[in-house]
Design a protein around this ligand. Structure first.
Ligand code: DX5
Ligand code: ZN
Length: 228
């Protein structure tokens, strides 16, 4: 088991914005691996959240990896903005992008990592031809758009199938999971091969639990079952 492959990415839309400096400090102390920015445009998803100004202002305060999840139509129109703001990896949705090969090339031209995301009902075939071009696949484990939704358990099988394809093709791609990720859902997902876990309202920002405790619980849940 390669424990260094397990990463916890903190979903910033679930953070307490009235104490963002403290949150950032706690996240650093808790050794999270990345900050996950859920960018929502009100079109691809029926919600509006986060933007480049937040990414840019936090970029000045931390060298943590910035994992930007673009839940937007025509994501190519926003690569400039989020590259300039300080993202390290740009993740766009297969459902929202007409020319994914071109999109990946553009992300690479900024010197950034590229990831592709798929909604729960989107089959893995949607990413099949770009797998050898990307650094990460994000499997949504809830419908994108809102925190606090129920986990869609059939996504464990999707993760396992993707892990097997990646293994057969001898690729090195992270598998990120996003939506209701916590100590109850992580063991099965880690067992199926997921290695990047987005901590939101159900796993990381929990009233009565410190961020450090929550990160430890998430990481331990993943390490106990990770199978790659
Ligand atoms: C869905 C979001 C959530 C977010 C919140 O669009 O991207 O998945 O991470 O996490 P939970 O589901 O724990 O509230
Ligand atoms: Zn996300």
């Amino acid at each position: 088991m390669n424990s260094q492959r397990i990463k916890i990415s903190a979903s910033m839309m679930c953070a307490d914005f009235s104490h963002l400096d403290n949150v950032l400090l706690e996240l650093k102390r808790a050794n999270v691996d990345a900050l996950h920015f859920d960018i929502m445009d009100g079109h691809f998803v029926p919600n509006i959240a986060l933007g480049p100004d937040l990414v840019r202002s936090l970029r000045n305060k931390t060298d943590l990896l910035f994992d930007t999840h673009l839940m937007v139509q025509n994501p190519d129109n926003y690569f400039d903005m989020f590259a300039e703001a300080g993202s390290d990896i740009l993740v766009f949705h297969a459902e929202a992008c007409t020319h994914p090969f071109r999109a990946i090339q553009r992300i690479r031209a900024y010197g950034l990592k590229a990831g592709i995301a798929i909604n729960p009902a989107t089959p893995l075939s949607a990413v099949d031809y770009v797998l050898d071009q990307i650094d990460m696949v994000l499997i949504m484990t809830v419908e994108p758009g809102f925190a606090g939704q129920d986990f869609i358990s059939s996504m464990v099988h999707k993760v396992r199938t993707l892990r097997d394809i990646i293994f057969q093709r001898k690729l090195k791609i992270d598998i990120e999971v996003d939506g209701h990720i916590n100590k109850r859902t992580i063991p099965d997902l880690a067992g199926a091969g997921a290695n990047v876990f987005v901590g939101g309202s159900s796993g990381l920002f929990i009233p009565g639990l410190s961020i450090a405790e929550a990160v430890k619980i998430m990481r331990d849940s993943a390490l106990s079952n990770y199978s790659c």
